[in-house]
Every structure is written in C-alpha cells, then in structure tokens.
Design a protein around this ligand. Structure first.
Ligand SMILES: Cc1cc2nc3c(=O)[nH]c(=O)nc-3n(C[C@H](O)[C@H](O)[C@H](O)COP(=O)(O)O)c2cc1C
Length: 344
C-alpha cells in the first residue's frame, strides 16, 4: 500500500490544496470505523479520521487495537488518531503503525471523556503545555508522515489557550491543527465558538481545520468565511448523512449562492445503508454488523415520517434479512423530506 500524495508538489508535509475537497470526517469513537469512513469517502469526504486509538495499547501490539487501525485502500487519505500521555508510547505506537502507511497521524488533545481525562490524556493535556510539546516532538521524530493535532479551545471558559497550544504544536513540527471551538468543560453543549478557530488561523502558518457544529453546506461556507480555516471537519453532522460532504463540496465552491441541500430519495438512502451494512459484515460478520448498525440505522431513518415504530423493531432485529425487510417496508412511503433538524 502506498500513501496518497499529501502535497501538491510531492514533498513531505501536508497541503490541503492536494485534497479533493474541503470537508473532512472527524474522529468519532465507536463510529468512524473502516466501513463508515469508506461510505463518507464515497460521498466526498476529502480525508477521514480513525476513531481514537490508545497509544499504550498499540505500543504493546494489542490485537484488537491494531485491528481498529486497519483501513481499506479506498479510504485514503486516512488519518490515524492516537491518545495517551507518554511520549514514548506515542513514538512506539507510530512505529507499529508505519506498516499500514497511513497518510497522517493525529494526536488527541481534546477528548473530554472521564476515562481518558482521569489518566491525564485528551483534553487534560491542554493544562500541561510542556507535556503537549513532549508528545508532539516524540511523534514527529517517530515518522516522516505528517503529524496533526486536534485540540479544543481550552480546558475551561476563561482559560482558553488554544492559540498558545497551537503555536507550540507548530514549533514542535505539527503539520496541521484541528480546533474544536469548545472548552473541555463545555463538553458538547451550547454553540461552538468559531472565533477561536479564526484566532488560531491568524497565529500559525500550518493549515487549520475548523470543527464544531458544521451541519450543512451553508454552515461550512460560513465557517470558512468567518475563520479563514483551510478545511472544515464534520462529526455529528455526518451521522446518517454522509451526503453532507458532497453538499459542502458544492456549497464552498466558486458559486455565490448555496443551493438547498439535495433531497435524498429513500431508494438512494437504502442503497447506501445496504453498502454500509455489507462493509460492516465483511469486517465483523453478520451478527455484529447488525448490532453495530443499529445506531447508524437510527440516524439514517431520522426525519422519515412514521419511522419511529420501524426504529423500535430495527433495534431488536438480529439478521441482515430482517433489517432489510423492515427498511424496504419503510420505503414504501416514498422518499423523505429534508430533515428540518439538519438545517443550519
Ligand atoms: C460520539 C463522539 C465520539 C467522539 N470521538 C472522538 C475521538 O475519538 N477523537 C476526537 O478527537 N474527538 C472525538 N469526538 C469529537 C469530535 O471529533 C468533534 O470534535 C466534535 O463532535 C465537534 O464536532 P461536530 O459538531 O461536527 O460533531 C467525538 C465526538 C462524539 C460526539
């Protein structure tokens, strides 16, 4: 497997202009596995992130974590994200993953989950700039591939230090910085603060990836206009809606007006759901695929009139055949209206 070129001139480093679009899929633990990443790439995601992977587990060659890091060639360019606290573990994890030849690595300095933060990882590192620097230096020294970092605006409101952390990451060799415009203490509540993304954009020379609340082409266009970010990263907006990436690609093009989101007919939706489930079954077997698809099926059927009863049945279905039967029956009502909850 050879890595896709990450720069337009073929040099090492990272040039967002070499990507085929400006919207990328965020890392989402428990969600952005290889099947979902493949689906998002097919619908225009310019680059896709893995779920966060434990640097300590990878350093030990832990089988399940190594399998989580695997990806299909069609997902490229693909970014593998690591979390942890020990610089040596990051370096060892990267050395193990080199064989997979990912297009880039990413360092998680944003996760607010108690199980990560209590060990000093994820967003807890935002309070330890020296530790962030040590991890970034170790990661950059361990590979010739681009190393990105994903940060939040800070630990808590009033203590936003994203600019300071981003400057330091750049000095340590980070090739791009993704900024989620919320502090750790805000978790996912309230509106993301895009102004901090703009401040980071002004402060560093490397590409900045804006993140938080991009749920439509209009929102992506506004984030780019307001912050100057090089790429927009979409997380929750892609759940049940991989079409958001082509919607964004259209919206951020040269046209002066943004066309309304395309209506996705149920038949088209069903094709994508089937592809998604079959990729999942190829990786995990039918039984696990059906169980793990449940959350996706809940998202894919959001906004469909009369889907609530079907959703309840989907949550207990145990075979692919039964899932398909339920989905086909749901489709007999025709297409679905664009979901008002997805409007900007
Ligand atoms: C279920 C879930 C899992 C997430 N997992 C990760 C993760 O593994 N690594 C990470 O850096 N961020 C993770 N995030 C944060 C997202 O990448 C993103 O920063 C956040 O959801 C804001 O973007 P959005 O408004 O587009 O969803 C997760 C968020 C959610 C909702």
């Amino acid at each position: 497997m050879t890595a896709a070129p990450m720069t337009s001139d073929g040099s090492s480093g990272f040039d967002p202009a070499a990507l085929a679009g400006r919207a990328v899929l965020a890392p989402l633990a428990g969600i952005t596995d290889s099947p979902f990443r493949s689906v998002c790439r097919r619908h225009g995601a310019a680059m896709v992130w893995s779920e966060m992977l434990s640097a300590e587990a990878l350093a030990r060659d832990h089988g399940k974590t190594m399998r989580m890091a695997a990806f299909r060639p069609e997902e490229r360019p693909v970014v593998l994200q690591l979390f942890g606290t020990r610089p040596a573990a990051f370096a060892a994890a990267i050395a193990r993953l080199e064989g997979l030849a990912p297009d880039a690595f990413d360092l998680n300095f944003g996760c607010p989950a108690p199980k990560i933060v209590k060990h000093g990882g994820g967003s807890a590192l935002l309070r330890e700039p020296a530790a962030v620097a040590a991890i970034a230096r170790a990661a950059v020294a361990a590979t010739r591939r681009p190393v990105f970092a994903k940060i939040r605006s800070g630990w808590e409101v009033g203590g936003e230090n994203a600019v300071e952390i981003a400057r330091q990451l750049e000095q340590c060799g980070a090739a791009a910085i993704a900024v989620h415009g919320r502090t750790k203490s805000q978790l996912f509540a309230g509106a993301a603060d895009w102004a901090v993304i703009g401040r980071v954009r002004q402060a560093v020379g490397v590409p900045v990836i804006g993140n938080g609340d991009v749920v439509s082409g209009t929102a992506a266009r506004r984030m780019i206009a307001e912050t100057g970010c090089d790429l927009v990263m979409v997380g929750r907006g892609a759940l049940g809606n991989p079409w958001i990436f082509s919607e964004i690609n259209d919206a951020v093009g040269p046209a002066t007006t943004v066309a309304p989101a395309r209506h996705i007919p149920w038949t088209e939706r069903l094709v994508v759901i089937t592809e998604h489930m079959d990729l999942m079954a190829a990786d995990k077997g039918e039984r696990r695929a059906v169980l793990e698809m449940r959350k996706h099926l809940g998202w894919y059927t959001k906004g469909i009139p009369g889907a609530a009863a079907t959703r309840r049945e989907l949550m207990t279905a145990l075979t692919r055949e039964r899932v398909m039967e339920l989905l086909r029956a749901l489709g007999h009502g025709g297409g679905i209206s664009p979901d008002p909850e997805r409007s900007p």
